[in-house]
Design a protein around this ligand. Structure first.
Ligand code: DAH
Length: 335
């Protein structure tokens, strides 16, 4: 039903409204308590004669009902439209599949060290640690390393200028001394950790990791040492790894030996000698035992120091030690 003038404009304006605020303004214009045009019109009905009052009253009531219905319908329409808009722009959509989260993991070296602690643990070795900042006393003197040894040179070692006679440890061997001091043999221990030298090329890094080991008893022999070393490389590198023994000089052992492992595969044919040194070892020098108060006439044993990165390099045919520390995830994710 179309409304009589002037009310016929309202259904048109209501349906054209584009916001709730606009709708409220129209509502106020009509129904405002003092000056709303429909409010005023209804009040004036009371001034009419009884006959006119009846006609006018029912006419205006019909107008009022129709306009209220139009306002209500438009309000519902505007509200649902604004919810649709929210649904399009709101960032939270609980139905979306999220991209998989990246999870962290241990560095391959760390993982390998845990494996080594397990392998040596099965052979009865305790796992210990020691400080990376070390005194000249433990790093060199107590290990029978002479003043003239090249490792003591500024060229080879990171001396800490702000501290007297202090170095970034050049090897994990000082932990042997720390461990033996005040302890009674027999014992078996390994110590893993970082060591520092001024070296850098495909097989040397200024920071690398070692597995130091020590076994002291009454009848521990060089044959025991070779058996333990061979067991270690078979478990930690490859059961079929090819190795060779050479004599080597380390002031803290006598005699001293070195073990090299052979690179597999043709792509390594051109490598220098195709062998990589992975461990230095030997029978603990009597002077070292004396330094820590152990009688070398009663006790004897062996010590060793593996290069961790080099063992992993042979195990996985990794050509350059620097790959371990470049932080390239394409490399790290392969392990
Ligand atoms: N400390 C030696 C190095 O870093 C490795 C080594 C050789 C450790 C012989 C030992 C050992 O315990 O007996 O080159």
């Amino acid at each position: 039903m179309t409304l009589p003038a002037p009310w016929d404009q309202y259904p048109v304006r209501i349906s054209a409204a584009t916001s709730q605020a606009e709708l409220e303004a129209i509502e106020h214009e009509l129904f405002g308590r003092k000056a709303g045009v429909l409010t005023v019109a209804l009040q004036e009905v009371g001034k009419l004669s009884p006959e006119e009052r009846k006609n006018r009253g029912s006419e205006l009531n019909a107008v009022k009902q129709q306009i209220e219905a139009a306002l209500q319908a438009k309000l519902v329409e505007l509200k649902s439209a604004s919810q649709g808009f929210l649904a399009q722009t709101d960032a939270l959509d609980v139905t979306l599949d999220l991209p998989a989260k990246e999870t962290g993991r241990l560095h391959p070296i760390h993982e390998y060290i845990r494996e080594a602690e397990e392998v040596f643990g099965r052979m009865g070795f305790d796992a210990v640690t020691g400080p990376e900042l070390e005194t000249e006393h433990f790093n060199f003197n107590m290990l029978n390393i002479p003043e003239t040894h090249p490792a003591r040179d500024l060229q080879d070692t990171f001396w800490v200028s702000s501290l007297d006679r202090t170095v970034m440890r050049t090897h994990t061997s000082p932990v042997q001394v720390r461990y033996m001091t005040g302890r009674k043999p027999p014992f078996r221990m390994i110590c893993t950790g970082k060591v520092y030298r001024k070296d850098s090329d495909a097989t040397h890094s200024p920071m690398f990791h070692q597995i130091e080991g020590l076994m002291i008893g009454k009848t521990v022999t060089l044959a025991n040492m070779k058996a333990v070393m061979e067991e270690a490389v078979k478990n930690l590198v490859d059961p079929d790894v090819e190795f060779r023994w050479r004599t080597g000089y380390f002031p803290f052992v006598e005699p001293g030996l070195e073990m090299d492992l052979r690179w597999r595969g043709d792509e390594n044919q051109s490598r220098e000698g195709r062998w990589l040194e992975v461990v230095g070892c030997g029978m603990v020098h009597p002077n070292v035992l004396k330094n820590v108060g152990i009688d070398p006439d009663l006790w004897q044993g062996f010590a060793f120091g593996f290069g961790v990165e080099r063992m992993i390099m042979i195990r996985h045919q990794i050509p350059d030690i620097r790959l371990f520390f470049g932080g390239d995830l394409r490399f790290l994710r392969q392990f």
